[in-house]
Design a protein around this ligand. Structure first.
Ligand SMILES: C[S@@+](CC[C@H](N)C(=O)[O-])C[C@H]1O[C@@H](n2cnc3c(N)ncnc32)[C@H](O)[C@@H]1O
Length: 220
């Protein structure tokens, strides 16, 4: 047994991308169109997508919430791992991203499974009432609000459901006291990871795909 993880160098990364990717022609084209439309290149990566699809299948997810839609790359990726009667609500606060995402959802043929909502994530969570608790929640938006999202979405997640958040490695700066980039976000992610990790009602882990996904399985 080794006490060090294998470093994913370019060769291994290419192997991952070539064999364990959720990206098809439609999603690759979506990324090109998103760039042309001036959207920032900050969506999940194809191997993250594959991993999330794996998780969704594992918990037989039907009801999914995403905070942070961008161009709907992750929403479309996730929707493809849901059953016919599955549904994703994805929340975006930037009108330009929202409009692009709506167009892509229509073009993807998955409009029956994906509802794009134009709203601030915190307001949406505060006001949203549902009879169907979520099986899976993916937070990929304003980092300082992750704690708020966890605490306020948890009652809306079923026992056995999953809360997952992107950028657990804080763009690689999680251990840096003076990060070169987004110091406030890095600080927020660091305290969020610590808080989430120590909740009794969740079994948590970080999976080192992309910039790291921290996730918790809701025990009670
Ligand atoms: C990293 S991107 C999301 C990427 C997307 N999940 C994907 O992988 O394709 C973050 C998005 O969250 C949105 N956002 C930031 N703060 C938000 C908020 N308070 N409420 C809703 N959306 C927000 C941004 O406008 C941006 O489109």
């Amino acid at each position: 047994m080794s006490n060090r993880a294998t470093i994913v160098d370019d060769r291994l990364f290419a192997y991952l991308k070539d064999n364990f990717s959720s990206e098809d022609e439609f999603l690759a084209e979506l990324q090109i169109k998103a760039k042309e439309a001036g959207l920032p290149p900050i969506s999940i990566s194809p191997e993250q997508g594959k991993f999330m699809q794996f998780l969704l299948h594992s918990v037989n997810a039907k009801h999914v919430l995403e905070i942070g839609t961008l161009g709907a790359y992750s929403a479309i990726t996730m929707a493809r791992a849901l059953p016919d009667d599955g549904k994703i609500i994805t929340v975006e606060n930037e009108p330009k991203h929202y409009e692009f995402a709506c167009k892509m959802v229509l073009e993807s043929g998955l409009a029956n499974k994906i509802e794009v909502v134009l709203a601030d994530g915190k307001n949406f969570v505060k006001e949203y009432r549902t009879q169907n608790q979520f099986d899976f929640v993916f937070v990929d938006a304003d980092k300082p609000s992750y704690l708020y999202y966890l605490n306020n979405i948890t009652p809306k997640i079923k026992i056995g459901g999953i809360f997952a958040a992107d950028n657990a490695f804080a763009f690689g700066f999680i251990l840096d006291s003076k990060p070169e980039r987004n110091p406030d976000d890095v600080k927020s992610i660091r305290s969020f990871n610590e808080y989430f990790r120590t909740r009794d009602n969740y079994f948590t882990c970080i999976v080192p795909v992309g910039d790291g996904i921290i996730m918790g399985y809701k025990k009670y």
